[in-house]
Ligand binder design. Structure first.
Ligand code: KIV
Length: 285
């Protein structure tokens, strides 16, 4: 099956089929996700925390994102890829937003970009990028680039007024021209209300079961990233433990001289070449 397009995603919504969305940051993971039949991959700026070791997403640069989107594209040539616009790559002006969104498409061949926020300024950015011919995914709710204003990494929309405000933000983002919206870290009732009122695919991460599709950060769901695991994550594997045990076993084998085993993990040399080699060494003395 070829790469899915926005028409396929709209059709999936119409058919009641869920859209499967995961993050990836590198070639190998993207390759496995494409093989597994994931519908859409996000190269999130969570890259900063998951792969680059920062405490937040703030230090991630455009160059970081482009490099990792290129690797993901090489791993998943037939999957719809969304590139995440990093902090301060779109906030300054519509012109800055168009130029940086353009880099994602031109240099990394992504299919769409994503940006955070649901206010009038972000609506203006979405409209500008969309009018430049680039697909835009909105992102509302728990938006890590607004961490300071949100008072930390906390679920959003938990009062009636805050929930209504998120429904209004979703409408604004849709009207600005987003092809889809990611809703993060909100109660199920809010995810449901946004989804029921939308005319575009609504994807959720920690937004309950009623959205048109689900996203997880791959490193959370396979037990790779263990600094912090949000409540909404289901763990499908314990890759971190598997790798740590493999590294420990390797260290023990090397220290005890059990690896490499001669003849098993080594290159062979013809008997006559060994003889000649030893004779030459003798002559060298
Ligand atoms: O950067 C990312 O992976 C994201 C998710 C947290 C939604 O934006």
């Amino acid at each position: 099956m070829g790469k899915k397009t926005i028409h396929d995603f709209n059709q999936m919504v119409a058919n009641g089929e869920k859209i499967v969305y995961l993050t990836a940051y590198d070639y190998l993971t993207a390759k496995m996700q494409e093989k597994a039949g994931v519908d859409m991959i996000l190269v999130g700026d969570s890259l900063g925390m998951v792969s680059l070791g920062y405490d937040t997403t703030f230090p991630v640069t455009m160059d970081d994102m482009i490099r990792h989107c290129q690797a993901v594209r090489r791993g998943a040539p037939n999957t719809f890829i969304v590139g995440d616009m990093p902090y301060m790559s779109y906030q300054a002006s519509d012109e800055q937003a168009i130029a940086n969104a353009g880099r994602f498409v031109k240099e990394a061949l992504v299919d769409a970009i994503k940006l955070e926020g649901g206010g009038p300024m972000i609506a203006s950015r979405i409209k500008a990028i969309q009018q430049a011919g680039i697909l835009v995914m909105g992102h509302i709710g728990l938006t890590p680039q607004f961490m300071g204003q949100l008072g930390g990494y906390k679920a959003q929309g938990r009062t009636g007024q805050a929930a209504l405000s998120l429904v209004q933000q979703a409408k604004l983002v849709e009207e600005a021209g987003a092809f889809s919206i990611l809703v993060e870290g909100v109660p199920s009732a809010v995810g449901k209300a946004i989804t029921e009122r939308a005319n575009i695919p609504i994807l959720g991460i920690g937004a309950g079961p009623y959205t048109h599709g689900q996203l997880l950060i791959y490193a959370d769901m396979v037990g790779f990233y263990d600094n912090f695991t949000p409540k909404f994550v289901k763990k499908y594997a314990n890759v971190g433990e598997v790798l740590t045990n493999a590294f420990k076993e390797y260290a023990q084998d090397v220290r005890e001289g059990k690896f490499p085993v001669d003849g098993e993990h080594t290159y062979k040399m013809k008997e006559e070449e060994v003889k000649e080699f030893l004779a030459l060494l003798e002559k060298e003395k």
